[in-house]
Design a protein around this ligand. Structure first.
Ligand SMILES: [Zn+2]
Ligand SMILES: [Zn+2]
Length: 177
């Protein structure tokens, strides 16, 4: 909640606000979110306009989650920008209830940034967060992280098949020649 009283209601007046707030719960998506209570740095510009207060700002926070491919923990920074008009809560602006959902209103000169922040963060997040852009993921057979590009289960591990594997390797080498 941000108090806009100091801004006044004269159109054109502006105020720069910098503050750090604790992150609300579930800020983000299931696999990647801002840790609840961790600091979110807000850098805001409030501008009084005819209908209300225009808020433009950026928010910086640290994200934690896990890689969608290999499930390694991810820690990442995010910076999101947002802009929203908060209209003054006066009867003239109270239209039909459907419309009210779309419009952010100022209540007692306070503006609630949380829904705005929530939308901005969710929009900025990748649908499938990865630990690195080319994360190789996990082996579908044994579940290890595929860091070794030669990792494979084509060669039978059972020693009884070792001879056959050698034959196979031999023939594949020959066919490449
Ligand atoms: Zn990964
Ligand atoms: Zn494997």
């Amino acid at each position: 909640m941000l108090d806009t009283r100091e801004l006044g209601r004269r159109p054109g007046s502006q105020r720069q606000v910098t503050r750090t707030v604790p992150a609300p719960p579930d800020l983000g998506i299931e696999v990647l979110k801002v840790t609840e209570g961790s600091p979110v740095e807000l850098d805001l510009r409030l501008e009084a306009v005819m209908e209300g207060v225009l808020v433009t700002g950026t928010a910086r926070a640290v994200l934690e989650g896990e890689c969608a491919r290999c499930l390694e923990p991810i820690e990442d920074d995010t910076e999101v920008t947002f802009q929203e008009l908060f209209v003054y809560d006066d009867p003239a602006h109270r239209g039909d209830p459907d419309e009210d959902d779309e419009v952010s209103t100022l209540e007692d000169d306070l503006l609630d940034l949380e829904p705005l922040l929530r939308d901005a963060v969710v929009l900025a997040l990748p649908f499938q967060p990865l630990c690195e852009d080319d994360c190789p993921g996990l082996c579908t057979e044994c579940g290890v992280r595929l860091e070794d590009p030669d990792h494979s289960h084509e060669a039978p591990v059972d020693p009884r098949w070792a001879g056959l594997a050698a034959l196979k390797e031999d023939s594949s080498t020959r066919s490449q020649d």
